[in-house]
Every structure is written in structure tokens, then in C-alpha cells.
Design a protein around this ligand. Sequence first.
Ligand code: NAG
Ligand code: NAG
Ligand code: NAG
Ligand code: NAG
Ligand code: NAG
Ligand code: NAG
Length: 677
Amino acid sequence: MEEGVEVVGMYGMGGFTETNGGFEVVIWVVVSKSPENHRIQGVIAKKLGLEGEGWDQKNENQRALEIHTVLKRRKFVLLLDDIWEKVNLKAVGVPHPSRQNGCKLAFTTRSRDVCGLGENTLKGHPDIPQLARKLAGKYCGLPLALNVIGETMACKRTVHEWRSAINDLSSYAAEFSGMEDEILPILKYSYDNLNSEQVKSCFLYCSLFPEDHRLEKERLIDYWMCEGFLDENQSRERALRHGYEIIGVLVRARLLLEEVINKEQVKMHDVVREMALWIASDLGKDKEKCIVKARGGLCEIPRIKNWSAVVRMSLMENEIEMVSGIPECSKLTTLFLQKNDSLIHISPDFIRCIPTLVVLDLSGNSSLRKLPEQISELVSLRYLDLSWTCIRRLPLGLLVLKKLIHLRLDYMKRLKSVSGISKLLSLRKLQLLQSKMSLDMSLVEELQLLEHLQVLNVSIKSSLVVEKLLYAPRLVKCLQVVLLRELEEESHRVLAFPGMDSLRKLIIRMCEMWEIKAERKTLSSTQGFPNLSSVHISSCNGLKDLTWLLFAPNLTSLEVLDSGVLEAIISQEKATSVVIPFQKLESLRLHNLATLKNIYWAPLPFPCLKTIHVTECPELRKLPLDSQSVSRVEEFAIKYKEEEWFERVEWDDEGTKLRFLPFFKFFGPEWQVTYVR
Ligand SMILES: *[C@@H]1O[C@H](CO)[C@@H](O)[C@H](O)[C@H]1NC(C)=O
Ligand SMILES: *[C@@H]1O[C@H](CO)[C@@H](O)[C@H](O)[C@H]1NC(C)=O
Ligand SMILES: *[C@@H]1O[C@H](CO)[C@@H](O)[C@H](O)[C@H]1NC(C)=O
Ligand SMILES: *[C@@H]1O[C@H](CO)[C@@H](O)[C@H](O)[C@H]1NC(C)=O
Ligand SMILES: *[C@@H]1O[C@H](CO)[C@@H](O)[C@H](O)[C@H]1NC(C)=O
Ligand SMILES: CC(=O)N[C@H]1CO[C@H](CO)[C@@H](O)[C@@H]1O
């Protein structure tokens, strides 16, 4: 309320009280993730009684003008709650608060970018503001932690002290003054309130990853399943659903944060992660139970006093060259050794010392060429990830692991063979994308022997294998992601592609076939690809059309690039069924298709479409749109790069043209940069 204070930024969670100290209008707007001026204007207008006749017909500028006219003459306070990004007050129509008009603006935010830091506390040394920002960044969103740390740091005037504080907080935060007595116990309240031990274990597990690590939800659930946190005897769908439920509980308790853009990912707030580590070490009493040195700059296995106390150990993202003999760890179940470019050698002795291991992640160790045969001694192993390593063949010892259920072998550029894999009797999930080894005839035979196989993601390089799949219905049911690449054998012909119930993503690159046909011989339902949501086709210089997409009713994203003879996406002559395609399509990207003339022969409704993106398709004159197409135009955009193309787009009628012209968005070279990111 002080004079001279015009704008107040508030940090963190919590509420306001709506006191009315001398103001004529108090307006409260909950802004949330995407600040839509339109909606903010609506709330303000309601408060100001502007909502009457004609308001809905007004555009943003007209509304802004009207709001401005009224607010200019009143002493107002505007409370913007939960801002995530900049709100353009001018565009909304709010006059800037000043000493003269006595108006105030207050906002709350979780983002430090939105809220600046006070200056006068930070004048001790020119470097301190930068360090303070770093420190505050670690605790953004947690006012409690900021308070405690702020108090601790208030008396520290040297750069040295600031650096060492940052260091302490990064290595073992529980030891930072105030942390263990003041912050962690209060946060632990949320943890104690979790309704089951199962959810608690799942939560603690997330602290094995480095700070700020984005975790793919489904991946996390896979770890949980293999760790035995989720009942393994229920069906895959149920276990998965259960896993998602647990993630939901943790997100609602704010113990995990859902990513804003990619909702399939979660991460943990730094301080919450510190708390999880503290709890996992029995509230600091047993620091060796769970060793987490992820991204810790280690060159060797850390020194541990009592190896037989260690249950989980995360050494991911370090620079360890070899792991060799350690004393026996009779309790170790989880070992994360992924993403260490330097790791060359895993000694047989080491394997012998970890007989109870259940989860072993070695992915991303691009220098690793060999696994010791003694891997056979890991009789409890259920999860093994060797993706992005340079291993050439699977050791025979691996094939005796009767409990192994999840094996990831993606991007193994040297992997020549996985023969014998049918011996892994419990295998449920196999990931084999972009490796040297692709699905071949003998692998099809072997995989058919695996009774429990549920999920298979593979690359295929042979059209004969695709045909063989027509007669392997159980295997086909497992396929979720398929990459067809440089198909061998005579290429000038029709590829008969079996219907696939579970297929979610299909990528076709550098194939020369003339046509793809959804083969219905093996189809259980009338729809060929009910779960297919993403299709990417590039450099296929034989395909004239993609009419088979009629059998993918739930397609949400379609990208077709660099295919020189493609004439139509759906061809009128070839379409045999009467279904209306693209009912779920959200994004369509077409690039460098020299001969593409049309997408579909008639206008389509496109109820979900958000973007059409056309570059270098000179012959594409007409888009399948009419005045009824696309229901939510507010979110819709047609992106293009060539002015000439835009000018030559043809329309059925003036109404359609008027409807869609405003949604054309030119994206020049600058835009290309942001797109690549
Ligand atoms: C799953 O089933 C097996 C064999 O029927 C049983 O031994 C095991 O305890 C079950 N697991 C759970 C978590 O119920
Ligand atoms: C090491 O840890 C184990 C398991 O927690 C415990 O039983 C044992 O007493 C510990 N040994 C020492 C020397 O602390
Ligand atoms: C196969 O790919 C899907 C989609 O990307 C993914 O969700 C799934 O976890 C993958 N399967 C395995 C076994 O990793
Ligand atoms: C298709 O996807 C849905 C939703 O993701 C899933 O529940 C269902 O099990 C999937 N169907 C098959 C056959 O994989
Ligand atoms: C896919 O579409 C069919 C109808 O076309 C529908 O029954 C099914 O539930 C959809 N599946 C998903 C995963 O959306
Ligand atoms: C492949 C990979 O991610 N390697 C990581 C190994 O660890 C170092 C140090 O933490 C990282 O910088 C590398 O990216």
C-alpha cells in the first residue's frame, strides 16, 4: 500500500485476501499456463460491467480500447494469479500503474523469468547477482526454501561464500544450514500423506535421476514394473494404467511436476528431489542405502564404507572408465550406469559382486563394446538397457537370464545378431529400433516362440519380412513402433502391410515401393491401424499416393517429406472404402513434394486440425477445405514459406477463402531456426 510502489511481484504459491484499501475496483484474474488476452479481457469486462450487448462481437483491439477507457478513470488494483509467461497489459487494455494514477498491479508466478530480483541486497560484489540468480533458480516455486536460504545467505558478502553455498546445495543439500531441520520436514508432510507404501516407493525412485531430468512417464512405469512396485501379474494395460494413476497422485501432491509442453514427461523439483534422497537414506541416518551420484563428475566408482548396505546406486552421467571388483553388495537391486561415454570395461569380478541385481541400465555408453559372459550370474535381472552402446553381439551368458522381462537394444550401430533371444523365456518387451540388427526372417521365427512378448519396437529392412508378418499374428499384435528403412529385395512393387492393432508410430524412410496396401487378411477388426497416431514418410521415391491411410482412423500427426513422385495423399481412384479420413488429425506437414497435386479430392471436416504446414509443394494448389472445415479456427494455422505458393492457392468459393485467409502464417528463415529446436 506504500506510495511509490506501483508494481509488486510475488513468488510462489498461496492466496490473496481481497482487501479493498482505497481502491475503486479490485480485479482478480487467474491467468494459468497460457495467457489468453481474450479470456483475461472477459474477466475484466465482467467486473467492469462491460459485458453487455455487442461485446462478444468485438475483437481484441476493440475490447482493449473499451477496457482502457474505463480503467483510465478509476483507481484499480489488478491481481494476476499464477502467471507462467509475460502478459501483455497493453494488448489487454490495462493502463500502466503509476504513482500518478495510484493504481497497483500484483502478480504471482512460479517462473523466475517473470519475476525480477531485488537489487539493493545484491550489491556486495558484481558477481553476486548472477550467483544469487542461480541459487534462487534452484528453489523457484518453493517460497519456504527461498526464505530459509535467503536468511542464511543474507549475511554473506563474498563471492566465495556464494559459490560454496551453490556447491553444497548441489552435492548434498540436506547438509545445508536450515535444510534438514526446517525445509525437508515440512516438505515431508506431502510425502507422509501419500496413501500407500507402493506410491512412496515409486516416488523415491524418481530421485535416482539427475537434477532437472525429464522422465518419460511410460519409461518410468517400465522401471517400476521391473522393480516389482506394480503387480506384475496383471495385464500390461492394467499395470500401465496403474502406473499412470500413481504418477497422477504424485503430480497432484506436487511431488512430481508435469512438463508444460510435453505432457508425457515429468520432472522433480530440485528440493523435492533432495527430500526424496534424504528419505531414501532413512532420514539421513543410513546414507549408503541409496547412493546417487548422477552427473557427479566421477571418474571411478565412489568409495563406499559398507557396500553390503547399498540397495540402489545411480552413477549415470559420469566419466567412469571401468568398473571392477568391489566387495560383495548383497542387497544391490538397481544400478544406473547409463550415459558415460568413457565407460570401456565392466569386469567379471564386478558382476560377481552384484548377484541380486534386478535393474541394470548401461545405455548411452558409446565406448562400451563388450559385456562379460559372467552376466549370466545376474539371475534376478529383469531390466537391461544396452541402447546406444557399441556391443556387437549379446554374450551367450545373457541368454540364460530367465527372469529378464525388458530388454532395450536401440541404436546399437554394431549389433550384428541377437540370435538365441528365444531363450529369454520371460521377455515381455523388446526394443530394437535403429540398430544394425533389424527384424529378419530368423528373428521373426525366434520371437514367435516368446509366449509372453507384449511389446516390440523394431526396424525392418526387408519387404519379405513385412510379408512374413502377415502370417505371424501374435507378433504383429506386439508391434508399437515400426521403422521401415531402405527395404531390400525388388522394390518396384506393392508392399502388403498387415493390419496392426497396437501400432502407434510408423516411420518409412528411403523405400522405393510403388504402393503400400493395408492387407486385411490378418485384421481382427475392420480398422487396420486403430491405434496408429503418428506417421512419418520421407524419401520414398516410388509412392504415388498414401491411400492406405484410410485405415488409420486415429492418426493425429502426418509428415510426408522429400518424395518426388507423390501425387495425392488419398487417391480418389484407389479409395475403396467410404470412411472420412483425418477425423483425428491435428498436424499435417508436407515438404518438398514436387508432384503433389492434392491431399483429398473433396473438402474434409478436419474437426481436430491445428496446423497444416506446406513448404516446397509447388503443384499443390488446393487444400481440402470448405467453409465448414476445421471447427476450432482460433487455434488453427496454415504455415508456409513461399509467397508465390500462397498467392496461387485456389478456393472453391469466396466464403472459404475469407474464412481461411487470416490463418495463413508466413514463416521465413527465422522461423526455421525455432522449428529445428
Ligand atoms: C505373480 O504370480 C506368481 C506365480 O503365479 C507368484 O509367484 C507371484 O507372487 C505373483 N506376484 C505378485 C506380485 O502377486
Ligand atoms: C553394513 O550394512 C549392513 C546392512 O545394512 C549391516 O547389517 C552391517 O552391520 C553394516 N556393517 C557395518 C560394518 O556397518
Ligand atoms: C515402444 O515405443 C513406444 C512409443 O514410443 C514406447 O511408449 C514404448 O515404451 C516402447 N516399447 C518399449 C519396449 O520400450
Ligand atoms: C490402443 O490405445 C489405447 C489407448 O492408448 C489402449 O488403451 C489400447 O490398449 C490400445 N490397443 C491396443 C490393441 O494396443
Ligand atoms: C480409434 O478409432 C476407433 C473408431 O474409429 C475407436 O473405436 C477407438 O477407440 C479409437 N482408438 C483410440 C486409441 O483412440
Ligand atoms: C553419452 C552421454 O550422455 N555421456 C555423458 C557421460 O557423462 C558426461 C559427464 O556427466 C556427460 O557430459 C556425457 O554427456
